[in-house]
Write a protein that binds this ligand. Structure first.
Ligand SMILES: *[C@@H]1O[C@H](CO)[C@@H](O)[C@H](O)[C@H]1NC(C)=O
Ligand SMILES: *[C@@H]1O[C@H](CO)[C@@H](O)[C@H](O)[C@H]1NC(C)=O
Ligand SMILES: *[C@@H]1O[C@H](CO)[C@@H](O)[C@H](O)[C@H]1NC(C)=O
Ligand SMILES: *[C@@H]1O[C@H](CO)[C@@H](O)[C@H](O)[C@H]1NC(C)=O
Ligand SMILES: *[C@@H]1O[C@H](CO)[C@@H](O)[C@H](O)[C@H]1NC(C)=O
Length: 446
């Protein structure tokens, strides 16, 4: 039966909507439902609730044929409604299956994300354990490349922890370090730009040996990305340190002596395997640092500055006597790896000199506030090598097995301790750098 056939009859107004109820629903199709096979028809059906079967009496002004036809139409309608219901049931089933499928997938994903987050947390507390956890849970492959990638992305990772992991002496960690550095792209960056990028990707740890390995890897990578800029990796390495120290000299308020560009240039004479670097290059690097200091992550003040650059410091402190245990107010100056103390700020000659070599420092409790102590580790009875000037002008050896000092404020105590620690620990670093300088300056340029 076609609609043309039915429209000829008077009953058309009734019949047509019954035959084509679906067409009336078309505008409602746009509903955000996930696409699935055969959506068109199924959706259409699911959206169009069939009207309840109506058992209207057959109008008696119809011919028997027409009545018969109407009966047929009604039966057909009933069948269609049943079909529709069946399809709706099927749709409901498929939909719930799809939803279940989605939620198990989702659940798996959520579970995975949770574990990754836990791995990151563990990593931040103990990098090695965090990596192990991620590997054991199949969240990370145990290859230096994959781990390096994970650290380089750094999502949710503490940069101090990244630095600790990359700094480990273990062969495998060193492999990861190299893979990590390889992920950095330095092509066409000048050395300062490259250093900015590198030093921001993790927090450089404090130990000289670790810094040495990391900066060596950096210099290799920089030279690989920019062939021809430096004669050797050593040159790049030395200049990198010169720049980091320049950063401190120019921007750390504790450093009074700010080098000029000329001094920076002359400080870097002969480091290009015996030759000089182009002045323009050095000038550019100097200007770049002068205009914008390096940023390092987790900058808590205990930065590279304290690691290998000892800013001079001076101020009033109280010092406990060696023989006579009285507190004397002294003007202290920290410089050249020694602690000098004076009676007055204007004195030419110090009352005493304490070389910091081989000493340790710790906080101590005393009746005086903000105390710290200098001592010889593992030998608390040994007298510290130091000298002092007696009242009559004679210079004599000191008689301290420890020096106890009190600062006026907790903040100053902290600052003094940091500076002294830096002064004590900077030696290995200077030796490291000095060795390289000797190497490059003795080289003949080819
Ligand atoms: C990853 O591999 C390294 C060396 O290939 C191995 O020393 C280390 O134990 C492995 N770590 C884990 C968690 O399997
Ligand atoms: C990262 O770890 C260091 C050392 O454990 C901590 O001092 C620092 O606050 C941490 N940084 C963040 C952003 O949590
Ligand atoms: C550069 O100097 C600034 C200011 O003293 C300091 O915060 C920063 O940590 C320094 N950066 C490096 C890499 O030493
Ligand atoms: C520090 O220790 C080294 C090695 O033990 C020794 O040679 C040096 O003289 C000591 N320096 C001072 C100032 O005590
Ligand atoms: C150093 O002090 C101790 C007591 O603390 C004393 O016995 C010793 O004689 C003193 N040594 C010198 C060289 O003054």
């Amino acid at each position: 039966m076609s609609c043309e056939a039915t429209s000829r009859h008077k009953g058309r107004a009734v019949i047509v909507p019954l035959l084509f109820p679906l067409s009336l629903c078309t505008p409602a199709i746009r509903r955000p439902t996930p696409p699935r096979p055969n959506t068109g028809l199924l959706l259409l059906l699911s959206l169009c609730p069939p009207s309840p079967p109506t058992l209207r009496p057959v109008p008696d002004d119809l011919t028997p044929e027409e009545q018969q036809e109407l009966e047929n139409i009604r039966r057909r309608k009933q069948e269609l409604l049943e079909d529709i219901q069946r399809l709706k049931d099927e749709i409901a089933e498929v939909t719930s299956e799809i939803e279940n499928l989605g939620s198990t997938e989702e659940r798996k994903n959520m579970q995975r994300n949770k574990q990754v987050a836990m791995g990151r947390k563990k990593f931040n507390m103990d990098p090695k354990k965090g990596i192990q956890f991620l590997i054991e849970n199949d969240l990370l492959k145990n290859t230096s490349d994959d781990i390096a990638q994970f650290l380089y992305k750094g999502e949710g990772l503490n940069k101090t922890a990244i630095g600790d992991y990359l700094g480990e002496r273990d062969d495998f960690n060193i492999q990861v370090l190299h893979a990590f550095v390889e992920l950095h792209e330095f092509t066409d960056l000048n050395l300062v730009q490259a250093l900015r990028q590198f030093l921001w990707s993790f927090r450089l740890p404090g130990e000289a040996q670790k810094i040495d390995r990391m900066m060596e890897a950096f210099a290799q990578r920089y030279c690989q990305c920019n062939p021809g800029v430096f004669q050797s990796t050593d040159t790049c390495y030395i200049l990198s340190f010169a720049i980091i120290m320049l950063n401190t000299s120019l921007h750390n308020p504790n450093v009074k002596d700010k080098p000029t560009v000329e001094r920076f240039i002359s400080m870097n004479r002969g480091i290009n395997d015996g030759g000089d670097l182009p002045e323009d290059l050095l000038r550019n690097l100097y200007e770049s640092i002068k205009n914008e200091p390096f940023k390092i992550p987790e900058d808590d003040g205990n930065d590279l500055t304290h690691t290998f650059f000892n800013p001079d410091r001076e101020g009033w402190l109280l010092k406990l006597g060696g023989r006579v245990k009285t507190w004397k107010r002294r003007w202290f100056i920290l410089t050249d790896n020694c602690l000098y103390y004076f009676e007055y700020t204007t004195d030419k000659e110090p009352r005493g000199i304490i070389p910091l070599e081989n000493l340790s420092i710790k906080e101590v409790e005393d009746k005086k506030p903000n105390c710290f102590e200098l001592f010889i580790p593992d030998n608390k009875d040994q007298v510290i090598k130091a000298c002092k000037t007696e009242a009559d002008g004679r210079v004599v050896e000191g008689n301290h097995t420890f020096y106890r000092i009190s600062a006026p404020t907790a903040e100053e105590k902290e600052e003094w301790m940091n500076s002294i620690k830096a002064a004590i620990s900077r030696d290995p670093f200077y030796e490291m750098l000095a060795a390289r300088k000797k190497k490059v300056s003795s080289m003949k340029r080819h």
